[in-house]
Design a protein around this ligand. Structure first.
Ligand code: ZN
Length: 339
C-alpha cells in the first residue's frame, strides 16, 4: 500500500478505498464482539424513579443554600449538557433496560425485594444475578425476618445480600442489632453489599434527617469483619470520599472489594477519576468493581461504562478488571456458584 502510493499518485486514489473495504469487513478498528461487563449495583425498579426528570451526569458543583429559603432536597447545580440522560417513558423502563443490557453485554447484580427482582429476571433472562437484603427500602428500622432471608438464599436463588443501607438510618454496619444478618451471610457464604459513603447529594440535612456521613466511614466495618472473618464485603460507592480510611481497610482485609456505583456519575468527573486512580495507584486494581446504582435513566449504564473506558490513567487490562474480572472473582462466577 505504501509502495503503491510512492510510485504513482493516481494509483493511490484507487488503492485507498480498495484497502479500506478489503480489511474492514463491516468494522472499523475492532471486531463485532462486545466484551462482557458486570454491573454490581443495580436497583430493581420497574419504572423510572417517580417524579424524576432528565439528568446531566457528573455535576460540577454542589451549591450553597440559605435555610431561610425553600431549599431543594439536592444541592446539584443546574446544568446544560448534550446528550442529557432521560427517564424511560411510562411502562418502558424494564424493556429499555433489557435492550441496553443486551446491547452492552451487561450482567447485573440487581437488588430489591424478591418479587421486584423476579420481574427483572423474567424481563432479561441470563442477565441478572439476584440480590436482596434485610431492609429492601422498607421504613427505617423495619427488617425482613431472618428465616425468610435464609430461605431467599438457600432455596430462592439469591446470591448477594444487599443493598444494606444502614447509613440512611444513622447506623453503623457493626451495630449489634443487625449482626444476626451478617452471621447468616457468613454461614451461607453469601457476599454482602453495604452502602458506605455517598448519599448526601450536597444537602442530606434537608432531605434525609437520619443520614449520617460519619456512618459511611469504611473503618466502621472493622468490628464487623473481626466478628465475621470469612465475610466477603462489597463496599458500595467505595466509601467516597473517605479515601484514606478506605485504603486502610483494603490494606487490612483482602475480602473487601469496592464498587464505584453512584460515585461514577454524580460527582465532578475530575474528582471521580482522581478517586478511582488513587485506589488503583495504591495497589487495589483487583478490588475495584464497576457499578452504576442504576434506577432511573436507561442510558446511564452506557454513560458510566464510558467513564471507565475513557480513563487515560488505566491500562486496557485494568479497565477489563474493573468492568468484569474483579466482579467475576468476587462473585465467584468463574467457579459457577453464581449465574
Ligand atoms: Zn447506595
Amino acid at each position: 500500500m505504501i509502495l503503491r502510493l510512492q510510485k504513482c499518485a493516481a494509483c493511490a486514489v484507487f488503492a485507498i478505498p480498495f484497502a479500506f473495504f478489503s480489511t474492514s469487513a463491516g468494522a472499523q478498528n475492532t471486531d463485532t464482539d462486545v466484551p462482557p461487563v458486570i454491573d454490581v449495583h443495580v436497583h430493581a425498579m420497574d419504572e423510572s424513579f417517580p417524579g424524576g426528570g432528565p439528568m446531566c451526569p457528573n455535576t460540577p458543583k454542589f451549591t450553597a443554600s440559605d435555610p431561610k429559603t425553600k431549599e431543594a432536597p439536592f444541592g446539584w447545580s443546574q446544568e446544560e449538557c448534550t446528550p442529557k440522560l432521560y427517564p424511560a417513558a411510562k411502562g418502558e423502563y424494564l424493556k429499555d433496560m433489557a435492550a441496553e443490557m443486551k446491547r452492552l453485554n451487561v450482567t447485573a447484580v440487581v437488588f430489591g425485594d424478591p418479587a421486584s427482582v423476579k420481574k427483572w429476571e423474567e424481563a432479561m433472562p441470563g442477565h441478572v444475578i439476584p440480590g436482596t437484603s434485610f431492609g429492601n427500602g422498607m421504613q427505617a428500622g423495619k427488617r425482613v425476618a431472618l428465616d425468610e432471608l435464609r430461605k431467599d438464599f438457600t432455596t430462592g436463588g439469591f446470591k448477594v445480600m444487599g443493598e444494606i443501607g444502614l447509613q440512611y438510618e444513622g447506623l453503623s454496619p457493626s451495630d449489634p442489632s443487625v449482626d444476626q444478618y451478617f452471621a447468616l451471610a457468613e454461614e451461607l457464604d453469601i457476599p454482602v453489599a453495604i452502602h458506605m459513603g455517598t448519599g448526601g447529594s450536597g444537602r442530606a440535612n434537608v432531605a434525609m434527617g437520619k443520614y449520617r456521613a460519619s456512618m459511611g466511614n469504611p473503618l466502621l466495618l472493622e468490628e464487623l469483619l473481626a466478628r465475621h472473618p470469612k465475610l466477603r464485603v462489597q463496599v458500595m460507592h467505595a466509601g467516597y470520599p473517605m479515601m484514606d480510611n478506605m485504603l486502610a481497610l483494603l490494606q487490612e482485609n483482602s475480602h473487601v472489594y469496592v464498587d464505584v456505583a453512584g460515585l461514577i456519575w454524580s460527582y465532578p468527573l475530575k474528582e471521580v477519576n482522581r478517586y478511582i486512580e488513587r485506589l488503583v495507584d495504591a495497589g487495589f486494581e483487583d478490588r475495584v468493581m464497576f457499578g452504576t446504582d442504576q434506577m432511573e435513566w436507561p442510558k446511564l449504564m452506557a454513560y458510566s461504562i464510558s467513564v471507565i473506558q475513557n480513563a487515560d490513567y488505566l491500562t486496557p487490562e485494568q479497565k477489563r478488571d474493573i468492568l468484569y474480572n474483579n466482579a467475576a472473582r468476587f462473585l465467584r462466577l468463574d467457579q459457577k456458584t453464581a449465574k
